[in-house]
Design a protein. Structure first.
Length: 182
């Protein structure tokens, strides 16, 4: 297959970051024989058994050969799509309560550095979607965890409410969150 490593390999399938699920042909047949409903799933290769399935059912199984680009055209309110991300994050930064002697200059430099990375076309709508999801969780009083994985190394994600770990305070480096390829 002509696919990148943008995937997570599970016991019975591979999940790609473009949303596709790929199974081996034998796994597909096992799922069918177990009576499980087949959703949007692809196979790693077309075998005679897969062809037989495709001839018997209207829901056809396809071979995954390319990775689709990530699509962030999700249905989020227009105000989030039109949001000035830089201004929004700077406003959140200014609303924070800082202690006496807190390094505001260093914190602001960190915010601007991270925003320079997040303000790329492939990231901006994703961050806006995170802001929307966080706002919805807060509005609907949905409890979320303190933080998970390397995302806690981002100070901007802290400011928008994705996690509760002040990465600047604890000296966590942004490059631990995301590989920067400039």
């Amino acid at each position: 297959m002509n696919l990148s490593n943008n995937c997570t390999v599970l016991k019975d399938r591979t999940l790609y970051f473009d949303g596709d699920s790929v199974v081996e042909p034998d796994t597909l047949i096992d799922l069918v024989l177990d009576g499980q409903e087949i959703g949007d799933v692809y196979v790693s290769k077309i075998t005679p058994d897969v062809e037989k399935y495709n001839n018997m059912y209207t829901k056809r199984i396809e071979l995954k050969t390319v990775e689709k680009p990530l699509n962030f055209d999700w249905t989020i309110p227009e105000k989030y799509l039109k949001m000035d991300l830089d201004q929004h994050v700077i406003n959140l930064f200014n609303e924070q309560k800082y202690g006496v002697g807190d390094d505001l200059t260093g914190r602001l430099k960190r915010v601007l550095y991270e925003l320079s990375y997040f303000n790329r076309p492939e990231h901006i709508n994703f961050i806006k979607t995170l802001i929307y999801v966080n706002d919805e969780m807060k509005t609907n009083k949905i409890v979320k965890g303190v933080g998970r994985g390397s995302s806690v190394a981002s100070y901007v994600l802290y400011l928008i409410g994705t996690h509760h770990i002040d990465s600047y305070k604890y000296g966590l480096e942004f490059h631990e969150f995301i590989r920067i390829e400039d």
